[in-house]
Design a protein around this ligand. Structure first.
Ligand SMILES: Cc1ncc(C[n+]2csc(CCOP(=O)(O)OP(=O)(O)O)c2C)c(N)n1
Ligand code: SF4
Length: 284
């Protein structure tokens, strides 16, 4: 038995293998979906046989990054708010032989980092980016995010959000990423398989996960702190692309599409082209 703040005596085998023990237990609120997503990442890493020597974690600022920060047993690089792609670009260009798994939030990536996000997709940067979309700013206490639903009551929109939410997957497809997919935190196996596919894809893999934030999204938007209620909301507001074909436009309004949106592994990107450029022009 361990008490709050102490490392549990028995760690999950994937945690024991890949995460720093001194960072456990992690800091997510009870019922938060971040742990489910990190679990899927660890399974993907394990099944691909990646090691701390060939893989680096990079993150921005937010609840997700607070949890992934310094937890990977290998190198872990933290970027300023919204600057994860800029930092990952420098790292990947310098070390094209390494895998970079990047963690970001919907506020981090869609608001302050929006421009970096668009250009990372355009350049088709060869990294795997996991977007934790909880529909709100979690770490700073429940302000409206670019992904908050229309009408959402948050700490900064007490009368309801009057903006349409940002579909970041559609943006990634339009801007040129090689692989784009969206899952829910409860889609564990498809999510882990998608992360594996993303890591193996040359070019940018952008994988969004809809996850439950009972503390802020639950509390302000749904008026509940029960994680199950938030999961039910996500389930009721999402639909697979196959199911979406069978329902009307009206029924689809305000719903998240789930699944893979694009897979174009043949697309080249900046990392490959830069290596060719170096071969051609770099003097010995
Ligand atoms: C330049 C800058 N602006 C604002 C902040 C404050 N800030 C830190 S985390 C955060 C919200 C992050 O929200 P999101 O990316 O959705 O992540 P979540 O916490 O919900 O996982 C904000 C606004 C900051 N750290 N730096
Ligand atoms: S505030 Fe929300 S996203 Fe952040 S750790 Fe708590 S439940 Fe998770």
């Amino acid at each position: 038995m361990s008490t709050v703040g102490e490392t549990p005596n028995v760690l999950h085998p994937l945690v024991a293998k890949y995460l720093r023990k001194e960072r456990m237990p992690h800091m997510a609120c009870p019922g938060c979906g971040i742990g489910q997503v990190v679990h899927a990442v660890l399974l993907a890493v394990d099944e691909l046989g990646l090691t701390p020597k060939d893989t680096v974690w990079v993150q921005g600022v937010g609840c997700n990054s607070r949890i992934t920060y310094s937890t990977w047993v290998g190198d872990n690089v933290d970027a300023h708010h919204g600057r994860m792609f800029a930092v990952a670009t420098g790292l990947k260009m310098a070390r094209p032989d390494m895998n970079f798994i990047c963690f970001t939030g919907d506020g981090d990536c869609g608001a302050i980092g929006g421009n970096h996000f668009i250009h990372a997709c355009r350049r088709n940067l060869d990294v795997t980016a996991i977007l934790f979309n909880n529909g709100i700013y979690g770490m700073t206490g429940g302000q409206v995010a670019p992904t908050s639903p229309l009408g959402a009551v948050t700490t900064t929109t007490p009368y309801g959000n009057i903006e349409d939410p940002f579909d970041m997957c559609q943006m990634a497809v339009a801007a040129g990423a090689s692989y784009v997919a969206r899952w829910r935190s409860t889609d564990f196996k498809p999510l882990a398989n998608s992360i594996k596919k993303g890591i193996q894809t040359k070019g940018l893999a952008f994988i969004e996960v809809l996850l439950q934030c009972p503390t802020n999204f639950g509390r302000y938007v749904l008026k509940t702190s029960n994680p199950q209620d938030v999961l039910k909301w996500i389930k009721d507001h999402s639909v697979s692309q196959k199911e979406a074909k069978k329902i009307s436009k009206e029924e689809l309004a305000g719903k998240y599409l789930i699944g893979e949106f694009v897979y174009r592994p043949e697309r080249t990107g900046i990392v490959e082209r830069y290596q060719e450029f170096l071969k051609k022009y770099q003097k010995d």
